[in-house]
Design a protein around this ligand. Structure first.
Ligand SMILES: *[C@@H]1O[C@H](CO)[C@@H](O)[C@H](O)[C@H]1NC(C)=O
Ligand SMILES: *[C@@H]1O[C@H](CO)[C@@H](O)[C@H](O)[C@H]1NC(C)=O
Ligand SMILES: *[C@@H]1O[C@H](CO)[C@@H](O)[C@H](O)[C@H]1NC(C)=O
Ligand SMILES: *[C@@H]1O[C@H](CO)[C@@H](O)[C@H](O)[C@H]1NC(C)=O
Ligand SMILES: *[C@@H]1O[C@H](CO)[C@@H](O)[C@H](O)[C@H]1NC(C)=O
Ligand SMILES: *[C@@H]1O[C@H](CO)[C@@H](O)[C@H](O)[C@H]1NC(C)=O
Ligand SMILES: *[C@@H]1O[C@H](CO)[C@@H](O)[C@H](O)[C@H]1NC(C)=O
Length: 876
């Protein structure tokens, strides 16, 4: 609690502003009917305790009805009911933002004769300068009933500040809400005023103005007027069914405008002429006054422009060294809403300078909010050493733990200071191996943004407060990779691909990381064995790649290629028939022992990829497509994001039967893909006519009419997987869809392959935003079937769930901008994806929008032209 200051109410001395100055503030405060000159005082200068007087109660006190008396016999003893006046008392409490600022206070006991008049001053242990703008006082009039029970007679909630942030003064009449206790919440159910005004209300308003000196005084007229008013008053009171409580508030000589104590330097400069900038007496207003249209009808034109003294101004505004109040500063409800809105911005959304200043101002308050850190760091002026120092050395260590999506954002190219990056790395350390594997691809990319790794380090200015030291990301990745073999295996291959890429400087950096990683592995338990496994993986990939290139470029017809491949595998010299147990590079959880030569084949496609059936030590087979001549990294990214989204959906207990198959780029132009036994939609249509025929042939269930003679679980899988892929391909803007890259497994898993075009790119005209073809809809029994309805609902649920993780997905894609992936460079990736999530809409609106997109492809709501376009689109 602030100190109790036993002051008498003072006349406040404040600078008087006149209307003549070109930079006058006075005009902003003028009511149409007010005088020209106007003065005001700041609340922050009012260091007096909050005081008010509870005057009297007027109006008819409701009597309990007979039925109430029957139910609650103790009411009978209420004084209010008997002829003599009962012992009413008033309790009051100061609240703001739904939280009490003081304990409740009450009037002392008093015996009443013919009216309820307390005339009791209450002084609260809080100073005016400490009041939030949303401060309100609740008043409840109590009647003492049976011993130790009090029943509310009526109550009212009074806001301390009126329009234009002015502290209320003088006499007030509060409407009492009968029989209720006062509601101190922000949206109070017991407001002290109702919208409509009676004659008394109007007169009282005038009296208040008169008392404040806002109306010219004229004694004889005034006396007459007051007598008249007494009469009106009596008449109104007589006929009114309402109860009113009268209170008196201190009358200050000037209007007291809400302002906060720390606002000393706030917003002074932009509104003052340059010469006045040094004058300390310039009246001061908090900057957010500028957001109220009533106040700032005129704005300084300088404010919108880039200003050469902007830095100086910001230093003044931010005044981090001279503002000890910032630590304690808490936003009022309005500002809190503003802050909240900023915190909810998507990661890509830039902050304007007002937003930055606001975030900076409340930085200590925000340190408790995990969402606040990324926005705070955006608000730091990184070229200002003192700001950097405070941000990184003082605030960052006290910041609460942040979520993974924010940590990933902090590892992007936007974060230069290694201490911030180190903070992000520490946050990631909380992720388990499973989760880390989901982000590993991006974390390897993030190494590019590490300043310590960069060769240009020496050229950086040494006067800056920014630290370019090692953030520890490399060591973190290496340590986790050494610890977990699955993770380490992926890390190894992600790094190797970067080493082989043409960017020399970056390749060198990754080379150093691989070297360090392998050394750490050697130091670990059984390290040399692990090192040897990695070497053998490299040899395996090299052998296959060499052969794949040979066969691809040879002029042999496909059957000849197949024959050559099989004999190559079968030739024991090549060491592929029998392999000493080796973790498969594509999926280290699979330990391979050889390749099945008979089953292996060559695909009919211009790159002639291999289909290899790996034999695993657990007796299973793991079919893999090995491809040379194609950059697999975009597919790798898409499938990694599919895996992530599948995990997000599963975390919410939604299993959409996705098949996020494994993809691994083993070099810039080669890689492995897990092969899922399945058929293309094109092949099924040509062989079986419809998807349902195909599913029925593989999973007949004659009794099941509702699923068209197909086993119900298979239809369920089909419906779910269609919905899942519908949403995930929509979000990533997957393009170039045709019936040859849509596949279906015999047990109903539908999935997409080949992601050469993403983020809205498409080689074909009129791409539909949602990739649902007619064959899929027919497979569910048509757009009017219950299965289609289920499909739509799965889509909406999945879309809603993934929307909540939009930032995570956005940040992961953003980390790939320097990965030289065709569709992700030089494009506003963020915007592309952000649009898909429809983040500027409410959840409900977004679903509606998504439904409209779905309807476009439902093939029965769509106009004929569109169907023609769609049919064209889906052709191979
Ligand atoms: C209320 O009662 C007090 C005495 O108890 C009296 O002095 C005062 O004038 C009364 N006020 C009204 C408005 O009746
Ligand atoms: C290694 O990580 C994988 C997931 O990435 C996990 O499934 C496995 O259990 C981990 N292994 C150990 C030994 O922790
Ligand atoms: C190291 O190898 C030995 C023998 O092969 C094995 O028993 C032990 O579990 C291995 N340790 C680790 C950490 O893999
Ligand atoms: C593989 O070689 C064995 C003999 O070593 C032979 O019997 C078999 O037919 C060969 N298979 C293929 C697919 O070439
Ligand atoms: C449909 O496909 C199955 C296998 O996928 C095949 O066995 C069957 O002959 C086909 N039926 C028709 C009617 O084409
Ligand atoms: C939301 O943003 C999209 C573009 O990103 C725009 O077309 C649309 O009008 C916006 N909707 C609203 C309600 O702001
Ligand atoms: C989509 O189509 C269904 C079925 O015709 C209809 O009920 C729904 O209102 C449509 N939704 C939108 C957003 O157009």
């Amino acid at each position: 609690m602030p100190d109790f200051e036993a002051h008498v109410l003072l006349v406040l001395v404040v600078p008087v502003l006149t209307g003549s100055s070109p930079f006058s503030l006075s005009s902003f405060f003028m009511d149409k009917d007010n005088r020209d000159d106007f003065t005001f005082a700041k609340l922050s200068d009012l260091k007096l305790p909050v005081t008010f007087r509870i005057s009297q109660l007027e109006g008819s006190i409701p009597q309990p009805s007979v039925s109430e008396l029957l139910e609650n016999p103790e009411l009978r003893f209420h004084g209010a009911q008997s002829s003599a006046l009962s012992d009413l008392y008033v309790s009051c409490q100061l609240l703001a933002d739904n939280k009490p600022l003081t304990i409740p206070f009450r009037t002392s006991f008093k015996a009443f004769k013919n009216n309820y008049t307390w005339n009791e001053w209450i002084t609260l242990p809080i100073r005016y300068c400490d009041l939030p703008l949303s401060s309100q006082i609740t008043f409840t009039v109590w009647d003492i009933g049976a011993p130790r029970t009090a029943v509310p007679v009526g109550s009212s909630t009074f806001r301390m500040f009126g329009k234009k942030w002015t502290l209320r003064r003088g006499k007030h009449r509060l409407l009492l809400w009968a029989g209720q206790e006062a509601d101190g919440s922000m949206q109070t159910k017991t407001p002290s005023k109702l919208g409509s005004r009676d004659e008394m209300g109007r007169l009282e308003k005038l009296v208040k103005k008169y008392e404040r000196g806002d109306l010219p005084k004229s004694d004889w007229l005034d006396n007459m007027a007051f007598r008249k008013m007494e009469e009106i008053h009596a008449a109104e009171t007589e006929k009114s069914e309402n109860m009113y409580l009268y209170i008196d508030l201190p009358r200050f000589d000037f209007p007291v405008i809400f302002s906060e104590a720390e606002a000393q330097n706030q917003a002074t400069i932009p509104f003052a002429p340059p010469a006045a900038a040094q004058t300390p007496v310039t009246p001061v207003l908090p900057s957010y006054f500028a957001t109220d249209p009533h106040l700032w009808t005129i704005l300084d034109p300088e404010i919108a422009r880039e200003n050469p003294v902007e830095d100086k101004h910001r230093r003044l505004v931010r005044s981090h060294r001279s503002s000890p109040y910032d630590r304690e500063l808490k936003p009022n409800a309005k500002i809190r809403d503003e802050l909240n809105e900023i915190l909810n911005y998507a990661p890509s959304q830039p902050l304007n300078s007002e937003e930055k200043d606001l975030i900076w101002k409340f930085r200590f308050y925000l340190a408790r909010d995990k969402r606040g850190l990324t926005k705070f760091l955006k608000s730091v002026t990184w070229r200002d050493p003192s700001e950097v120092k405070q941000a990184v050395e003082e605030l960052l260590p006290m910041w609460t733990e942040v979520d993974t999506d924010d940590a990933l954002e902090l590892l992007g190219p936007g974060t230069v200071d290694s201490r911030v990056r180190a903070f992000a790395v520490r946050q990631l350390n909380r992720a388990d191996d499973e989760e880390l594997l989901l982000y590993l691809l991006q974390l390897v990319q993030a190494l590019k943004f590490e300043s310590a790794a960069s060769e240009q380090r020496s050229s950086r200015s040494t006067t800056s407060a920014i630290s370019y030291d090692d953030s520890g990301l490399t060591d973190f990745l290496i340590a986790r990779g050494v610890q977990n073999h699955t993770l380490g295996n992926r890390l190894y291959w992600y790094l190797i691909v970067e080493v082989e890429l043409e960017d020399r400087l970056v390749a060198k950096m990754y080379g150093r990381v691989v070297f360090k990683f392998l050394n750490k592995i050697l130091e670990s338990e059984n390290g040399s064995e692990r090192r040897e496994l990695m070497r053998r993986q490299g040899v395996l990939v090299e052998t296959l790649a060499k052969r794949a290139k040979e066969l691809r470029t040879s002029k042999d017809p496909r059957p000849k290629k197949i024959e050559k491949l099989r004999s190559f595998i079968n030739d024991s010299k090549n060491g592929l028939v029998n392999i000493p147990p080796l973790p498969l590079p594509l999926n280290a959880r699979m330990e391979i022992t050889g390749i099945n030569a008979e089953k292996s084949s060559v695909f009919k496609s211009n790159l002639y990829p291999f289909l290899l059936y790996f034999q695993c030590s657990d007796g299973t087979e793991y079919p893999v497509i090995f491809k040379d001549g194609d950059d697999m990294r975009q597919d790798q990214l898409v499938l990694q994001l599919f895996t992530l989204m599948d995990q997000l959906l599963r975390k919410e207990n939604l299993d959409l039967k996705l098949i996020p198959y494994d993809v691994l780029a083993t070099g810039p132009l080669q890689g492995m893909v897990q092969f899922i036994p399945s058929k293309t939609i094109a092949a099924i249509i040509s062989e079986n006519g419809t998807l349902l025929n195909y599913l029925r042939a593989n999973n007949p269930d004659e009794g099941s009419v509702g699923t068209y003679g197909v086993e119900p679980s298979v239809i369920d899988t089909f419906v779910r997987s269609c919905a899942g892929y519908c949403v995930v391909t929509y979000l990533l803007g997957v393009g170039d869809r045709h019936l040859d890259n849509l596949l279906l497994t015999p047990d109903g898993h539908f999935f997409h392959v080949d992601f050469g075009y993403i983020l809205g790119r498409d080689p074909k005209p009129f791409p539909p935003p949602v990739k649902v073809c007619k064959e899929m809809v027919d497979g569910m029994g048509g757009a009017q079937s219950t299965h289609y309805t289920r499909f739509k609902n799965y889509c909406f649920t999945a879309f809603t769930i993934l929307r909540k993780s939009a930032n995570l997905i956005l940040n992961l894609v953003a980390l790939m901008v320097d990965a030289h992936i065709p569709d992700i460079q030089h494009r506003d990736v963020h915007e592309q994806i952000q649009e898909k999530f429809l983040l500027n809409l409410t959840e409900e609106e977004a679903i509606k929008h998504f439904e409209a997109l779905l309807n476009e492809t439902s093939y029965f709501t769509v106009v004929l032209d569109r169907i023609h376009d769609l049919a064209q689109y889906w052709r191979s």
